[in-house]
Design a protein around this ligand. Structure first.
Ligand SMILES: Nc1ncnc2c1ncn2[C@@H]1O[C@H](COP(=O)(O)OP(=O)(O)OP(=O)(O)O)[C@@H](O)[C@H]1O
Ligand SMILES: [Mg+2]
Length: 490
């Protein structure tokens, strides 16, 4: 019998989560997408009965959301609450974000087992750009509770490249724009030599959820004004807010292919029923600041890669919010002919599929940047250099002499790049270390890149035995070998 192994990739999204597996057997590569009836990703949504504690998950919870909202606590967008103090007290149980994420993946694993008789035991998982060390740890623990070991992390936007490689390989410099429900993630990559080089990665907390809130507030203020009531959207009952957000999200999606949509609810708290038309022009105007912010972030990220927009010949657009017509039109207007805009066939699966491919055949991950410190003469001293294979478990130790007899030493961490705005060397962070100011005093750093691909440095004075100061940096840039895709893909 041929040896076959399931290589899973997971894209855990604010709104939707997708799971893809790759099995290589002999000369064929089987790619399977796991979702609700195989058609679409699992909504990252739980409804938990306030009395019995019964859990509803995914599409079931999504389609019955309105009906369930009376008897259940609805937990949506839990990804944006990871590593916050948010808790839900339901039916005598405390649900932390970690427990909610664990439940989502238990439910996903259960369904995959039930429908396909497969089990996710381990997986490569995609994360937003700059996802912090503690958030990565929480995701690890949550998936562990669901029986899934995380084999590695990959940036969401970079992951989309692997799946679309055939279509984009004639471009040497590309941008990936992944606009989801919670975050916008951008990777500027260079393709060369069968490798994918991250040149700049940048993410902001801005997504479809923000657009829904913006629309909800707009509709709300129109009704409140008409009814002459002075009440803010946030002051409405949670369920009414939830219903309002749901109809606004629906209208937003409808405006992708229609020019006008009525936003209506039969009952909206004390404000009664309403029916407000929203046309595409008004919609464009309303969301324009968010669209501009997203595009400014793209421009900034290109600058961070020390490139200009003209050099970028391809733009891959994934994520649900990339469907926004005003966004698409604005991109046409700005870069029109020069830019090859790639809208993949099944964008909701791209990122998980990229992660699965990388899981199957990742080669080594290597660092595509230096990381070190700026010395007092502004020269760069590298701690870990470009091309280093990661992770690095054995801490690398360095010692630095104190410049003068001060009682503190300031460490400027840098990637040795020039900041496009200040034209000075990039300072990633400044860490101040307590010192005695002795003549022979040294500052010691112990640095490594952990299994979560986060750079960590512990710093202290040789004359002070107290705790180390810890510095971490989670937006490292890497390069990846393209997975071997030779064979029949099914
Ligand atoms: N046709 C559409 N027009 C506008 N927005 C849409 C459309 N379809 C989906 N969306 C929005 O896209 C978002 C979901 O996108 P996606 O599934 O890519 O996000 P996610 O991966 O769950 O989130 P994130 O990557 O931010 O964690 C939601 O806010 C949804 O309302
Ligand atoms: Mg996403």
């Amino acid at each position: 019998m041929l040896h076959t192994e399931d290589y899973f990739g997971i894209d855990f999204g604010t709104t939707n989560s997708s799971v893809v597996s790759v099995i290589k057997s002999g000369n064929t590569i089987n790619i399977d997408k796991f979702g609700e009836e195989g058609e679409r990703p699992f909504p990252s949504l739980l409804a938990i009965d306030k009395i019995s504690g019964e859990v509803y998950f995914g599409e079931d919870a999504r389609t019955r959301r309105r009906e369930l909202s009376d008897s259940c606590e609805i937990i949506s967008s839990v990804k944006s609450y990871i590593d916050t103090d948010k808790k839900w007290d339901i039916a005598g149980e405390v649900w932390t974000p970690e427990i909610v994420v664990a439940q989502i993946f238990k439910s996903i694993n259960e369904r995959i087992h039930r429908y396909y008789n497969r089990d996710i035991k381990d997986a490569m998982i995609s994360v937003p750009i700059g996802f912090s060390s503690s958030k990565r740890k929480i995701i690890r623990k949550a998936l562990d509770r669901a029986g899934i070991q995380i084999k590695g992390f990959i940036n969401e936007s970079t992951s989309a490249i692997f799946k679309n490689y055939e279509e984009v390989k004639h471009h040497s410099k590309l941008a990936v724009f992944d606009w989801g429900g919670g975050t916008l993630d951008i990777s500027i990559v260079e393709l060369n030599d069968g490798k994918v080089y991250e040149r700049a990665t940048n993410g902001i907390k801005l997504g479809g959820d923000d657009i829904d809130v913006l629309l909800a507030k707009w509709v709300h203020s129109k009704i409140a004004k008409a009814k002459n009531l002075n009440i803010a959207f946030e002051e409405m009952d949670k369920r009414d807010q939830d219903r309002m957000l749901a109809v606004c999200e629906q209208a937003k999606k409808t405006l992708t292919y229609e020019d006008i949509k009525n936003i209506s609810l039969m009952k909206y708290g004390d404000l009664g029923s309403f029916n407000i038309p929203l046309d595409i022009d008004m919609f464009s105007e309303l969301i324009s600041p968010l669209v501009e912010k997203a595009l400014d972030t793209l421009k900034d990220t290109v600058k961070m890669a020390e490139m200009n927009m003209k050099e970028i010949t391809g733009l891959i657009m994934v994520g649900g919010s990339s469907n926004l017509r005003p966004l698409y039109e604005r991109i046409e207007e700005l870069w029109g002919e020069e830019l090859d805009v790639i809208l993949p066939q099944d964008p909701e699966w791209n990122i998980a599929e990229g992660a699965a491919l990388l899981n199957m055949d990742s080669g080594e991950f290597r660092l595509n940047q230096d990381i070190g410190v700026l010395l007092s003469d502004n020269s760069f001293f590298p701690i870990i250099e470009r091309h280093t294979t990661v992770p690095i478990f054995n801490a690398i130790e360095h010692q630095y002499g104190l410049v003068d007899d001060s009682n503190s030493a300031v460490f400027l961490f840098s990637d040795n790049k020039i900041d496009p705005l200040s034209k000075e060397k990039n300072v990633l962070d400044r860490i101040s270390i307590e010192a005695k100011g002795f003549f022979n005093e040294n500052i010691v750093t112990k640095s490594y890149i952990d299994e979560d691909l986060v750079f960590k440095s512990k710093i202290k004075s040789s004359h002070l035995s107290d705790e180390y100061e810890e510095y971490e940096y989670s937006n490292l840039k890497f390069y990846y070998t393209l997975p071997d895709m030779s064979g029949d893909i099914r």
